[in-house]
Design a protein around this ligand. Structure first.
Ligand code: C6P
Length: 406
C-alpha cells in the first residue's frame, strides 16, 4: 500500500484554505460533492484555453484533439472499473441520468407485471425512475427492508424474487447510513433468479476498489463530482449484450447511423446512448481526476477514511445526546446523526457558524427517513484530504453546540 498523508494533499485544494464566519473551514460534505484538486482545475482551464472545439464532428486539429481527450477518458474509466470494452462506457450527466437512462431504455423491454427490486435505503435517483417506469409500463416495485444497524435483510431479499423479477437496483454504499451493501452476493442471487442488477456506485467509486466484473454488476453508475472531478459528467457502465438490446434513450446528433424520413438507424455503442454535444471539457478533466485518485491508491484512501471514521465516531459517542444512524460493520466514512431532539437544520446552522460544513436534511432518501421515524439527519462525510485536525475541530464544535440544543 502507498504511503498516505492527507496533510500533504492540502496545497492542491486552495478552497480548503477558506474561512467561514471567521473560522477555519472544515469541509465534511464530501458525500454530496468532493472538492477538485488543482490538477483538475488546470485541466479544465487548459481545455478552454487550448483545445475547445466540438467532438466527433470535425476533421480539424482542434476538434480531433478534443475528441481524443474525451475518448482517452473513456478508456481510463474502462480500466478503472474493470470493464471489458469502451463500448460499455456511456457518458452521462451523472448517476441520476445514468439510472434514468436504464429505467427508460431497458424499461422498454419490460412488460406489465414484471418486477423490480430496490432497497429501503436507496437515494431518490434509484427509486423515482423506477416508479415512473411502473406508471408507464405497469411494472411492480418491491422493497428490501433493513435491520436496525442499517444492513440489508438478505433473507427477505431472497424471498422477494419471483419468475417475474427482472432487475434489482441497489446502492453500493448508502449515502445516509454508510452501509456497504453486499452487492456481489446480491448479484449472484439476482442472476440465479434470472434477474439483472444495477449498482448505484455514487458513494462507492471514490472510496473503495470497484471492479464491475468481480461484482457481477450488469449496470454500474456513478458521478465525477463525487470523485474529485468536474460537475455535470458521469458514467453508465452496462454489459455490452444488454446495451445492444436496449433502444436509444434520447435522439439527436451523434447517436445515429443514418437519418432519413424513411427510417433512421442507430450508431454503434457507446454513441447510441450519447445524443448531442457532451460536456467534453468536463469529460477530459474527469480523466485527470481519475489519474489523481489512482495516484493516491484507492486502498490507501479507504484506510485513511476508515481511520477518520473510527476516530470521529468514538469521539462523538462521548457527547451526551448524540444518536448515530447506521452502524453496520464495515460501513463507509459517512456519519449521520442527531443531537437529542434538535432539528437537523438548527444543528447544521450552528455548526456552519463555527466553520463546519456538513449536510442536513433527508439526503434525498425520504423512504429511509420514514423507516427511521425521523425527518432528516446531520451528516458528516469524509474524503482523502480530511485530517485528524478536521475531526478535532468538528468534535470541538459539536461539544459547543450540543448543550445549546438540548
Ligand atoms: N447524493 C448526497 O448528498 P447525482 O446527483 O446524479 O450526482 O447523484 C445522485 C445520487 C445517487 N445515488 C446516491 C447513493 C447518491 O448519494 C447520490 C447523490 C448526494 O448524498 C446528493 S443528494
Amino acid at each position: 500500500m502507498k504511503d498516505f498523508s492527507a496533510e500533504a494533499l492540502l496545497p492542491q485544494f486552495p478552497i480548503l484554505e477558506r474561512r467561514i464566519n471567521g473560522r477555519r473551514m472544515v469541509y465534511l460534505d464530501n458525500a454530496a460533492t468532493t472538492q477538485a484538486p488543482l490538477a483538475v482545475v488546470d485541466s479544465i482551464t487548459g481545455a478552454y484555453t487550448s483545445t475547445r472545439a466540438n467532438v466527433h464532428r470535425g476533421v480539424h486539429t482542434l476538434s480531433q484533439e478534443a475528441t481524443a481527450a474525451m475518448e482517452a477518458t473513456r478508456e481510463r474509466v474502462r480500466g478503472f472499473i474493470g470493464a471489458a470494452s469502451t463500448s460499455e462506457i456511456i457518458f452521462t450527466r451523472g448517476t441520476t441520468e445514468s439510472i434514468n437512462l436504464v429505467a427508460s431504455s431497458y424499461g422498454e423491454l419490460l412488460e406489465a407485471g414484471d418486477e423490480i427490486i430496490v432497497t429501503v435505503m436507496e437515494h431518490h435517483s434509484d427509486i423515482v425512475p423506477w416508479q415512473i417506469l411502473c406508471t408507464r409500463r405497469g411494472t411492480v416495485l418491491k422493497v428490501v427492508p433493513m435491520r436496525p444497524d442499517g444492513s440489508l435483510d438478505l433473507g427477505v431479499y431472497r424471498s422477494l424474487f419471483t419468475p417475474r423479477t427482472r432487475l434489482v437496483a441497489v446502492a453500493h454504499v448508502s449515502n445516509v447510513l454508510g452501509t456497504v451493501n453486499p452487492v456481489a452476493e446480491m448479484a449472484e442471487i439476482a442472476h440465479a433468479n434470472g434477474a439483472l442488477i444495477l449498482v448505484d456506485g455514487a458513494q462507492a467509486i471514490a472510496h473503495m476498489k470497484v471492479d464491475v466484473a468481480a461484482l457481477g454488476a450488469d449496470f454500474y453508475v456513478f458521478s465525477s463530482h463525487k470523485m474529485y472531478g468536474p460537475t455535470g459528467v458521469g458514467v453508465l457502465y452496462g454489459r455490452r449484450e444488454l446495451l445492444e438490446l436496449m433502444p436509444p434513450y434520447q435522439g439527436g446528433g451523434e447517436m445515429i447511423g443514418h437519418v432519413s424520413f424513411g427510417g433512421t438507424t442507430w450508431a454503434e455503442l457507446p454513441y447510441k446512448f450519447e445524443a448531442g454535444t457532451p460536456d467534453y471539457i468536463g469529460l477530459a478533466a474527469f480523466r485527470t481526476a481519475i489519474d489523481w485518485l489512482d495516484s493516491l491508491g484507492i486502498e490507501a484512501v479507504a484506510e485513511h477514511e476508515h481511520r477518520l471514521l473510527e476516530y470521529a465516531t468514538g469521539r462523538m459517542t462521548e457527547i451526551p445526546g448524540i444518536r448515530i444512524f447506521g452502524t453496520a460493520p464495515g460501513k463507509a466514512a459517512v456519519i449521520s446523526f442527531l443531537i437529542g431532539d434538535a432539528h437537523h437544520y438548527d444543528t447544521g446552522v450552528l455548526l456552519d457558524h463555527l466553520g463546519i460544513e456538513v449536510r442536513t436534511g433527508h439526503h434525498c432518501a425520504q423512504p429511509l427517513m420514514e423507516t427511521l421515524g425521523i425527518e432528516g439527519t446531520v451528516r458528516a462525510s469524509f474524503a482523502a484530504y480530511n485530517t485528524r485536525a478536521d475531526v478535532d475541530d468538528f468534535i470541538a464544535a459539536l461539544q459547543r453546540v450540543a448543550p445549546m440544543l438540548q
